[in-house]
Design a protein around this ligand. Structure first.
Ligand SMILES: Cc1cc2nc3c(=O)[nH]c(=O)nc-3n(C[C@H](O)[C@H](O)[C@H](O)COP(=O)(O)O)c2cc1C
Length: 404
C-alpha cells in the first residue's frame, strides 16, 4: 500500500515554505514532526538562525534591465539549475515511504544535487538504483565518521562504487544532541514502540497506513540502512551491547588525520560540513578538501551556536578563492538564498524546507518547495538588479551601522 499523494494541483495552494510546514505538521505524528522541525534544548539556535536572516536587508536597484534573468550556476564543473542543494537529513524516510528516494527524484527533476545522509532509511544502493540514472540526478553522500573508522570507510567505498559524486563529511557532531522533546515524545532510535509513541501513531492512521505499513510489509520496522548496530543482530562487528552499539555510532575523537585518510579514500569533490571557524576552514583546505559547509546543523546540535549566516563572511574571507563555500541553517525563502550568495556563499543547502515538502506530498511536495524557492529567488534577483548569480554580491546588502 502506498501513501496517497495529494493531486499536484492541490499543492499549488501552499504558497510558501511556512504553509507547507503547517501541512506537514498535520500529516505527521507529533514525535516525527518535532524530530524534523525542532532544534535542541530550548530551540534558541533554530529561532536565531531565522532572526539572523531576517535582520539582513537588501537594497533595490533601479534602472537595470533584468528582463533576462538566470540563476543557473556551476559547481565542481557541473551545471546546476540554481545555487541550491538538498541537505543531508536522516529519516526523510519517516516523512514519506521511501522519502529519501522521493526527495532525490524531486532534486533530479529540479537539476540540483541531493545529499543522502548516513542516517537514512534508504540505502546508498537503493537510492543510486532508483534515481542515479535520471536526467538531472546528482547524488552526494554525507558521512558520519564512527568510532570504528573502518565501518565508515566502507560507506565511502560503497558511495564511490554506486556513482555518488561528492562526499560531505559532517564534523560538528562529536556527541548526540540533547533533544529533550524526543524523550518526552517517547521517540527513540533505533525505532521502538514506546507507549507514548504508539499512542501518537494511533492518532495518525493515514501516516501509519501510508508510511509505516509499507515498511512493515517490506522489511519490518523502518531503520537506518547504514547503521551496523541496527543491522547486526549477531554483533558481527563486535560493537557490544545495544547501548554500546548506539554510542559506537558517534565519534568524539575525530581528528585531522581522519580527514586526511578520507581524502585519500575519496577521489571526487570532498566537503566538510559544520565549519564555524576560520582556522578550521584554513586547516581543512590544507588537508585537501574542496569546500566547506558553514552550518550549525540547522540549530539541532548546540543551542548556543552562532547563526551560520553570521559566520559566513569570516569563513569566506579565510577561504578566498581556494575552495567552495556553502552555507545552510535557516533557509526558508528565496531571499535567504540571495543573502547567502551576497555574503560570498556559492550554494545553500536546504534541510527542513525539503522535508516539509516530502512529508506533504512525496516528490511532488518537495518539487513544490523547490518551485517556491526558485520563484522567490528569481523575484529577489529582479528587485536587486541581478541578472545572474555572479551579479549577486555585497553591494546589494544594506548595512545598518546601528545594527551590525
Ligand atoms: C531531521 C533532520 C535530520 C538531519 N540529519 C542530518 C544528518 O544525518 N547529517 C548531517 O550532517 N546533517 C543533518 N541534518 C542537518 C542538515 O543537513 C542541515 O544542516 C540543516 O537541516 C540546515 O538547516 P535547515 O533545516 O534550517 O535548512 C539534519 C537536519 C534535520 C532537520
Amino acid at each position: 500500500m502506498r501513501r496517497r499523494r495529494p493531486p499536484a494541483a492541490s499543492l499549488q495552494r501552499y504558497l510558501n515554505v511556512s504553509d507547507i510546514r503547517v501541512g506537514a505538521k498535520k500529516r505527521l505524528p507529533r514525535a516525527i514532526f518535532e524530530f524534523i522541525d525542532r532544534g535542541t534544548e530550548d530551540d534558541i539556535a533554530v529561532a536565531h538562525n531565522r532572526q539572523a536572516f531576517d535582520q539582513l536587508k537588501l537594497r533595490h536597484r533601479a534602472f537595470v534591465d533584468v528582463s533576462e534573468r538566470t540563476f543557473a550556476t556551476t559547481l565542481f564543473e557541473a551545471p546546476l539549475a540554481m545555487p541550491v542543494a538538498i541537505a543531508p537529513t536522516g529519516f526523510a524516510g519517516l516523512c514519506w515511504y521511501d522519502g529519501e528516494i522521493e526527495l532525490a527524484r524531486a532534486a533530479a527533476g529540479a537539476n540540483i544535487p541531493f545529499t543522502l545522509a548516513t542516517g537514512s532509511i534508504a540505502s546508498i544502493e537503493r537510492v543510486a538504483d532508483a534515481v542515479g540514472g535520471l536526467a538531472g540526478a546528482r547524488l552526494w553522500f554525507q558521512l558520519n565518521v564512527w568510532h570504528q573508522r573502518a565501518l565508515s570507510h566502507q560507506l565511502v567505498e560503497r558511495a564511490a562504487r554506486t556513482g555518488f559524486e561528492t562526499l560531505i563529511v559532517t564534523v560538528d557532531t562529536p556527541v548526540s544532541a540533547n533533544r529533550e522533546y524526543n524523550v518526552r515524545n517517547g521517540f527513540q532510535q533505533p525505532f521502538a514502540a514506546s507507549p507514548r509513541f504508539v499512542l501518537d501513531l494511533l492518532g495518525h492512521p493515514r501516516w501509519c497506513a501510508g508510511v509505516l505499513l509499507p515498511y512493515l510489509l517490506r522489511a519490518g520496522m523502518p531503520r537506518n540502512a547504514h547503521h551496523p548496530a541496527a543491522n547486526d543482530a549477531n554483533d558481527a562487528n563486535g560493537l557490544g551491547s545495544p547501548v554500546d552499539r548506539e554510542a559506537a555510532m558517534r565519534c568524539d575523537s575525530l581528528g585531522w588525520d581522519d580527514l586526511k585518510t578520507i581524502r585519500r579514500l575519496w577521489h571526487g569533490p570532498l566537503l566538510i560540513k559544520g565549519v564555524n571557524r576560520r582556522d578550521d576552514a584554513i586547516r581543512a583546505i590544507a588537508c585537501g578538501v574542496d569546500g566547506v559547509v558553514v552550518s550549525n546543523h540547522g540549530g539541532r546540535n548546540m543551542d548556543s551556536a552562532a547563526a551560520a549566516i553570521d559566520l559566513l563572511p569570516e569563513i569566506v574571507d579565510a577561504v578566498g578563492t581556494r575552495a567552495t563555500v556553502i552555507v545552510d541553517s535557516g533557509v526558508r525563502r528565496g531571499s535567504d538564498i540571495v543573502k547567502a550568495l551576497a555574503l560570498g556563499a556559492q550554494l545553500v543547502l536546504i534541510g527542513r524546507a525539503a522535508l516539509y515538502g516530502t512529508a506533504l506530498g512525496g516528490s511532488d511536495g518537495a518539487t513544490r518547495v523547490l518551485e517556491i524557492l526558485r520563484r522567490e529567488l528569481d523575484r529577489t534577483m529582479a528587485y536587486t538588479g541581478c541578472r545572474n548569480v555572479s551579479d549577486i554580491d555585497t553591494d546589494i546588502l544594506y548595512r545598518n551601522v546601528n545594527n551590525t
